[in-house]
Each structure stands twice: as structure tokens, then as C-alpha cells.
Write a protein that binds this ligand. Sequence first.
Ligand code: AMP
Ligand code: MG
Length: 988
Amino acid sequence: MQEKIQGFPLSPQQKHLWLLQQGSNVYISQCAILIEGDLKVETLQEALHKVIARNEILRTTFYRPHGLKIPIQVIETNISIFLTEKILGDKCSQETEIEALLGEIREQYANNLQEKQLLRVELIKFSSEKYILVVNLPSLCADSITLKNLVNEISLYYTAYLQNTELNEEPLQYADIATWQNELLEAEETKIRKKYWEQIDVSALDSLKLPFENCLSEKSEFEPQLVQLVISSNLLSKIEETAQKNQISIDIFFLTCWQILLWHLTGKSHLIIGVGCDGRNYEELKAALGLFAKFLPLACNLQANYTFSDTLIQANNLVSEILEWQDSFNWDTFNKINTDNIEQSFFPFCFSFGETVTNNYSDNIKFSIYQHCVCFDRFKLKLSCVRTQNDLVKLEFYYNAKLFQKEDIQRLANQWQTLLISILDNPSKEISQLNLLSEQEREQLLVTFNNTKTYELQYKCIYHWFEQQCDRTPDNVAVVYENQKLTYQELNTRANQLAHYLQQLGVKPDVIVGICVERSPLMLIGILGILKAGGAYVPIEPSYPLERKDFILNDSQMSVLLTQQHLIADLERKEIQVICIDNDWQVINQQKIENPTTTTTELNLAYVIYTSGSTGKPKGTLIPHQGLVNYLSWCTKTYAVEQGVGTLVHSPLGFDLTITSLLSPLLVGRTVELLSEEQGIESLSQALAKSSNLSLVKITPAHLDLLKQQLSKEEVANKTRAFIIGGENLLAESITFWQDVAPDTILVNEYGPTETVVGCCIYQVPIGKHASGSIPIGKPITNTQLYILDQYLQPVPMGVTGELHIGGLGLARGYLNQPELTALKFIPNPFSRKEGDRLYKTGDLVRHLSTGDIEYIGRIDNQVKIRGFRVELGEIEAAINQHPSVSACVVIVREDKPGSQTLIAYITLHPEQTLTISKLRRFLQNKLLDHMVPTVFMILEALPLTSNGKVDRQALLIPDTVRPELEVAYVMPQTEVENAIASVWQKL
Ligand code: AMP
Ligand code: MG
């Protein structure tokens, strides 16, 4: 016959822990009781037996009937403890040795948890007057207060035995309390009380992440470790003073500091913090043994303009609230909402505050807690504050070592301390203004990482450099295009003739000259001619739509334009002198061939490049020579351009990344091969297949992916010394192929906005290091400073996302004719002592990795990249809005496959209007660059709005999540919109 096992249900805390622990052996409670005095070991053993006999929880085991997930607790009638003394001697009583020994005992215990008897006790003898009694229990049976109560009981019974007295009081048994707690949770009145917890949005828990969290770690792994910090009594008295002024207790003070630190580090205003409570809010429970402690969710909302006191008051109120409702809190409430994750239910960030207990004396013998450790719940990071009897506060930062490195938590602990001092110095400051960074960390972020100034620029203007190179290598081939070739001398001579001609037309420093010439040697002669005349070129691509050409011609107020005869039709204006560089060559050819002289300095303009503008109009970025020379000095050297044969140019002049391949070879005597515009990327793959030992190929990630599809493996190796990849976020997936088949080709991720000249930050991708995700953008180039700042222009801590601000020689003068926008985007540099130094606000969100490299995260605004081209969605929307039938529109970009973006326009029409998509498309093709014309158009009855009346892009971005109430607003039913998008997708 099967034995009948009688048991009791688990308490709610036990049940939560049981589901969480899943075979893990970290959830144990250990107490090291220091016994000083003349100890009678047999008496201690008697006392222990008495304590065990009195308290069922010390005799409890767990039994899981077949088919059930949750066990029952079974109480053994009798267990015996036999105390053997482990004699270590006084020599071994050093703190670190005891620590190690306790750790060993804990580990041994943890590894033998399957044994039936769960309570295990060991006695260590250091001398006849000094012992440590180590008590081990699973956390299912004991929390911190239990251990304290246990020491109390042991010392009481020890004394009672010695004095031969009887202690009669019957304790409350845990199984009874558990039953009562379970009943209480089911009670009708608790249902109402549970509402308090139900309104907490636990979905936020998943997104609570700290910098440097290892996302790859196995979800279930938990390995708690700790970093400690001590708050001196001096600081503590200041804390007490501030706490008193605000009429709160110091635990709330510490909790508030913790909230503020987490707010800064996570960047989330809605935080949920598990706040430890002892679960003994009835007098009767105070002395009971068992697991009562739990973490209660404290859901707080912090705003940048809150002061410390505001936050303190909020925390104080919330803590009173959660303590008031604590009985009705149960993980089941949340798990009902989030059923697929029961085993993983825990609060990522926790907080607890406690005080060390007083000693127990008993007839010349002292029992005190030497050390205790309890792990009754899981966390990612927990701050546990312990106030000691000598008026210090020990801060213990417990972290899951599977998620964090020790040095990252050490840094966090230091930030906590810096924050604390900042709070004590300025309690009325807004929390966003409080300082987290130690002097040392600040120095590292602002100075060490930016220590890039290495040399003075050798040339003032880029053409001086080119001219010197022509003197050095006059007969080298400078440029190749189809079957045309020009040597350095030939190229220089022609550029000189053009320059003299332009000077006669009034070109001089800071005079802008348009250039609308197809990719060919004439284009290069044109650029060099303009620069040598002392002026600045502004590219106008022949393929630009009419309105764009028109805009640039007007906006730049150019007086001279270079073009070719067959392109002239769109460009003639009466106020502009148009030169056809082909047809007019005979006249130009009359000019002198010597290098012209100019008064141009490094601060005069070299070029103006128009980029997409959010207000609907492109904006011209004004780049002085200094920035261009700085970039090219750095680039020719770092990419060792001289060591290859030269470069291929396949990208448009209006795209600043072209500068790398177009100009760098010409400064070191190498050849630039211009590829025909007609075949697009194919011309690049064909040219690459024929080449060998190219200096570099400059390319966007999108083009790199295309190139891969067009070349066989054999065609790839040893073609180019380097791919310089820039223009948009680079993913590891884009580079693995190249690292496999062309391991000798260096891959460089180059980052840089047009406003700071081509590239200002690079990362050479090491082989085999990145298998997935974003490739870092690395470190600043020479004479460049990169600052990652919050919205108050304060540096953010390592790992925290902020906006990238760029300073240094590369900075543009600003935007042409746009003083307000210039002032907005080019701000005074708060970290420079040099007057007039500025920073460019990139709008790019980035963070520092622990290596000091920078990682690109995304954009602050609606600027996107389409195949490497920079696009402001606002510019497209403005163009669509110009159509008479359109009443409103919003354009979004969808990226279903990484790197392949599609623009979708959602449009509403004026009443009674209709719209033919093909007509609309043609309308837009006249205004926008090709890659800016949306691929998909959706006509809607209304656009989804957010609560504050703005268009809700998020609702459009992922049609799967379009809220049901919007469905009726679509002209097409929602499902059809989705199907339509899906089918377009398949075609793309
Ligand atoms: P553009 O002015 O066309 O060079 O575009 C500059 C913008 O492109 C930057 O502000 C970034 O948003 C993006 N960008 C350029 N290079 C990179 C890169 N290597 N990684 C990530 N984003 C990049
Ligand atoms: Mg760029």
C-alpha cells in the first residue's frame, strides 16, 4: 500500500520562489552565529533540539505529488542534529578565512539540497572562547528575520537549559500561517484590495535595462554576486539631516537615490522597483519562523524637472501605499496578465533596507550574528542597504553575474556615491541636473576619449596639397574614365585654365559656383578649377528633378555655373553665367596654365552640399577648406591610400561620402577611376572584378550588400585593400561574407554627417568579433571631439544613450541663408575654453561601450536613411501636401529586412476629392529625388492621432499593432490595408 503523505499548501511567497528556483541552488539562507564565552556544546545541542521541536518549519520538507507543478510542505515529526566541532584554531579566525569557509559550507549545502533533511548545522571552534555556529536552510523556510529570531530562540533555550527553567510559550506554526495567507488572498474583501496592484503596468518590466546588460545570456541563469560600498558616519549624519528636514526616514532617502540613479541609467521615466518588506505586519508574526519577506512593486514616475524633494515625497507616499496593501499582493495577479512567463516573474531592480541586529547575551556568553545571507527572490540588480551598529551604512549592490560584469557594477556603485554627494550639496536641484559622474569619469569621457589632436594641418586649402602632388608625380595617371586618361600634369593644367577663366568671371573666396556635370574627367576638372579659382563648388546632380535644381540655383545665389551643353536646358537663368565646360573649352583653353594665386584661407568655403530639410526645403551645408583638409589628411594616412593603386568612384558628387574616393588618391599620386553613371552598382562590381590592390572602395552598407550578390567568391579576394563603409548603420550581417571570403580586405565603419565633413568617427572591424547586431562606429578621428550629451548638454555616463555632439576642425560654418537653423544645430561648445568653438548637434543617438568605442543606436527625429541617402520625412510630407487633393499626410519608413527600407505615405484627401496614385507619383518625381518618392501609398479616411493630437507614427509603423478603434477610420478595412502592405512587401 502506498504511504499516505500529509502536507500543507505552500504560502504565496513559497509558491513564487518555488516557481522561480527551478532547480537553481542559489536560494538558500545561511546564518553564521558568533558565540563568544564558555560554551557548553551539549547544552547547545539540547537547545537546538528544543528549538527544532518547537518550530515545524525547521522540520519541513517539500514533496511534489506526481503531475503537480507546485509541491506541498510536509512536516517531519522528528529530526536530529548532531553537533560535531570542526576545530580550526585561532589562527584561522581572520575575516577573509571565515568568509571563505562560510562560502564553502554554503556551496556544499547548496549542492546537497536534494537530501531529505533541509536544516543543516555546523559548529566551528576557533578557541575555547570563540565558536561560530553555521545554520543553513533553504530560503523557502527562512528569511532574514527568521534567522534573527532563530538566534534569539537558540540563546534563550541555551540559557533556559543552563538555568533549568521552562519556557512555555507555543509559537505560531508556518503551515498554519501559510493556510491563513492563502485564505486571505481568496477572500472577497481582498479582491478589492488587489485592484491596487492590478493597475500597475508590469509590461514595463521587460524594457527595464541597464547599460552593459548582457542580452545574450540564457534567460534562466541567475548567479548573484555583490559589490560593496560603505557610507561613512559623516555622510550619514548629513543624510539624516536632509531626511529630517523633509520629515522622512532614511530608508526612503536611500530608496529615492536609487530611483534617481536608475532613472538616469535606464532613461525610463516609468520605473518599477521591487521594494523589500518583511511581510510581518501583524504583531503575532514578528517572532515567527519561515519565509515572509517579499518584494513589493513600487511603480514610480520620475520627470526631469522634479527636484529631489519632489521625488522623496513621491517615494514616501508610494511606500506607505504599498505597505498598506502588502497582504493583497501576490505574483498570481500579474501572472494572470502575463501567463507565459510565470517562471521568470521577478522585479529586475530591487531595493531593501535593514539594520544589523543587537547581540543576545546569556550568562557570560554572547550570541551575535556574525554574518547572514539570504536569497529569497531573483533580480538583475538589487541595492541592499544595511545600517550597522557603529553608525555606518553598508551598501551592497547585488547583481546577476550572468548579466553584468563586476567593473560595470563597480562603476554604478561609484555613480551612486557621486549622485549622493550631488544630492546632499544641492537637494533643491532638478533630478536631471544632479551629477553622477566622478571627476575621473568626466575626465575620461570629455578629455581622454577625445584626445585626438595630433598635428597641425600641413595645408591651408585642399588645392595647395594637390598642386604639390602634381609637382611630385606629374606623369602619374591621375584620372581614368572609360578610354580617357589624364596625368597629374594634364589634370592640373586644365584645372588651372578653368580657374583663371573663373577668376575673370569674378570667382574668389567664398563665391559659390554650381557644378552640374556628369561623372567624367570634366567633372573633376570642374571641381578643381572652382577650388583653384578660390571659390566653393556646389554640386547639382544632372538627374535631380527640376524643382530641386531650381531650388539650389536660387537658394545658393550663385553667379556662375559649370555644366555641359546637353544639360543646359534646366539650368539657364538670366542672373547666372552658365559655362559649358565642354563647348566653351576652346575659350578656356586660351587661359594660362600656371597655378593661379588666390587669397583663400582655410576658413573660406570649399564646397556646399545640400541635404534634405525637415521643413520641406533642402539646406546647404557650408564646408570650409580646413574641415576638408583635416578629413583628407587623416584619411590618406589612416587608410594608407598611397599603398594601393587608387580608387573607383561610383557615387554621386552631391553625396559627401564620394569625397573619400574622389579626392584622396589625388593627394598621394594615385589614380581615381570614374565609373559610368549609367549602370549603377553594376559598373562597380565589374570594375572591382577587374581590379587588384585598390587603395579603398567607399560604399554604403546597402551597396555592399548588393555588391555581394553580383560577385563570385573568387572575384572578391585581394581586389581592394579596404572597404570604407559609411552613410548608415552597419550590421554584422553585412560584413561576415567579406570577412570570410576576403580576409585581407580591411573593413572600416566610418560615421559622419555632411555637417562635419564625410567622416569623423571610425571603427576597424576586427575579424570574427561581431556575428550579429550593430557594428560600433568607434572613436573620433584627429582634431575631432565627440561628446555624448543629455538634453541639458551634460555628458551621460558610459553605456547610457545620449545625443552625439561633434566638435573640432571638421565643423561646417553652418547652413546657407539659415541663421536660425544654424544657431539651433551649431551650438557654443561648453567644454572648450576657446572662444567661438562650437558643437554640431547630430540628432544621432549613441552610447559609449566599455572599450571607449561609440555605438550608434538611432535617431532623435524623423531623419532616415534610404540606401545611404539622408532623407527628412518632413521634406517628403511637405511635397505631398502641395498636391491640391491632399489634406494631410504622414510618411514613414518600414524596414522589414535589415537594410532594406521602404517609404510608405499615408494620405487623407480633401472632401469629395479623388487621387490617382500614378499622377501623384509623377507630381512628386518633379519635386523629390528618386529615392525620396514613396513606394507605397495608403489613402485613409483619417490619420491616427496620439492623445496630444499629433499624428501617431507608431500606430502606422507596425500595422499589426494598429489599435482596433482606428480600424473604422480606414477607407479600406484594416485587414485589407495589411494585406495590401504584405503583398507590396512580397514584390519588393
Ligand atoms: P550624411 O549627412 O548623408 O552623411 O548623413 C549623416 C547621417 O547618416 C548621420 O547623422 C547618421 O544618422 C547616419 N550615418 C552616417 N554614417 C553612419 C554610420 N557609419 N553608422 C550609422 N549611421 C551613420
Ligand atoms: Mg556622411
